[in-house]
Structure formats: structure tokens, C-alpha cells
Design a binder for this molecule. Structure first.
Ligand code: AMP
Length: 213
């Protein structure tokens, strides 16, 4: 089963992905985590990617598609995956359809975690991520860690992503909401779009997603 998680930055995709992965027994493929790893690599490409991410813009399709489809081709994703953050443009959605069709697969469901734009800035600037494992995500407002600044799961330090600073957050929303609407349109046209209300408590969002699958 291939599931695409859609939503504006800060909607809670990264919170839902590990819960759904556990329930469904699927790996999570998160384009933001893949790109942050490239940015940390110190290569020329990494420096370019880092600068783009800090500006709040999307990384060009050619780079993102290559990195993401390489990851999707690894053995652990052959039986399906939860896609978090990819596709983010109509061109990426088309490239994904093509790659899946080549292996006799398709996107089974695209889940839009919907949150109004005015709530998103607060959500992102309150977000903290674990240094040891980026799938451990906290929020000072809705899901604070038990011990300030430390991950509940592994005790590692929590930090605020560089692109979660308020100015970058606003830039990300300004630059990323229009392409998201295109991707939503793509999956609506394919009849696989399901929308859940991302303003509900975390567990209620999960149940709505599971019900939609
Ligand atoms: P995320 O962790 O999903 O919020 O992504 C962080 C940043 O990585 C985004 O603001 C973009 O700059 C970049 N990024 C992540 N996924 C994509 C994608 N599918 N296409 C282009 N850029 C992406």
C-alpha cells in the first residue's frame, strides 16, 4: 500500500507518519529528512539544498525527484510506504505515478491533513525535533516533551529546525501553499484524495486517517 500524506508545513504529517507506520507496518519516506541529510553531507549539492531550504522555497524537482525515487526503490519500500512531504508539486506527482506504474503499483490513498493557514505559523515555531531521530517530533503547545528539551523516546537533545524560525515559516507558507493545491488537485482527479481535519487532537486525526483508508 502506498499512502501519500499531504498538508501544509506544520499540519502534523510528521507526527502522524510514525503512528500510521506502526499501525500499518510500512516504512516512512520523508523527503524533508532525505534533503536534510543531503544538506548535512557537505557536498556542493548539499550546500545548494541547504540554502534553498533555509529560504523556505522548494528544492528543484529534478533534485528532489532523483533523491526521493532512489529511496523509494530500496528493498524496504517494495511492499509500500508512507510518503511524507513528497510529492509537493504536480511534476513530482507525475514522476511518482510513473515510477510506481513501472513496478505495477500506484498511490492507493492521498490523505490531506487540513489545517487553516493562520494556525500554521504558531504550530511550526512551537515545533521541536529530536537530534537522534527526526521522526520524534514535539510541539510546545500540543505535544510537549515530558522533560524540557529532551526526547521522551531516547533522551536526545531537542532542537528547533533552522527553517522553523518565524520569518522562514512565513516564507515557506507563501511559497508552498500554491503547489500543494496543485498536488491536491492531482489526487482529487485520480479519485484517491481523502481529507481529514488536522485541528483535532493527534489520536483523533489518526483514527480519521485509519477510517479513510
Ligand atoms: P519538511 O521537513 O517536509 O517540512 O521539508 C523541509 C523543507 O525541505 C521544505 O521547506 C523544502 O525546502 C524541502 N522539501 C521537502 N520536501 C520537498 C519536496 N517534495 N520538494 C521540494 N522541496 C522539498
Amino acid at each position: 500500500m502506498v499512502i501519500v500524506l499531504l498538508g501544509p508545513p506544520g499540519a502534523g504529517k510528521g507526527t502522524q507518519a510514525p503512528i500510521l507506520a506502526g499501525r500499518l507496518g510500512l516504512p516512512i519516506l520523508a523527503s524533508g529528512d532525505l534533503l536534510r541529510a543531503v544538506a548535512r553531507s557537505g557536498s556542493d549539492l548539499g550546500r545548494d539544498v541547504e540554502a534553498i531550504m533555509q529560504s523556505g522555497a522548494l528544492v528543484p524537482d529534478a533534485t528532489t525527484v532523483r533523491i526521493f525515487l532512489d529511496r523509494l526503490a530500496r528493498p524496504d519500500a517494495v511492499g509500500g510506504a508512507i510518503l511524507d512531504g513528497f510529492p509537493r508539486t504536480a511534476a513530482q506527482a507525475a514522476a511518482l505515478d510513473e515510477a510506481l506504474a513501472e513496478r505495477g503499483s500506484k498511490v492507493d490513498a492521498a490523505i490531506l491533513v487540513d489545517v487553516p493557514a493562520d494556525e500554521l505559523v504558531a504550530r511550526m515555531t512551537d515545533r521541536l525535533v529530536c537530534r537522534a531521530d527526526p521522526t520524534h517530533v514535539y510541539n510546545l503547545g500540543t505535544k510537549p516533551p515530558l522533560r524540557p528539551g529532551l526526547c521522551d523516546v531516547d533522551g536526545a537533545e531537542l532542537y528547533r529546525r533552522a527553517d522553523d524560525e518565524p520569518d522562514t515559516v512565513r516564507a515557506r507558507l507563501a511559497k508552498q501553499l500554491a503547489p500543494l493545491a496543485e498536488v491536491v488537485g492531482h489526487y482529487r482527479a485520480h479519485g484517491v484524495l481523502r481529507t481529514v481535519d488536522g485541528r483535532q487532537p493527534i489520536a483523533a486525526v489518526t483514527e480519521q486517517v485509519m477510517g479513510a483508508l
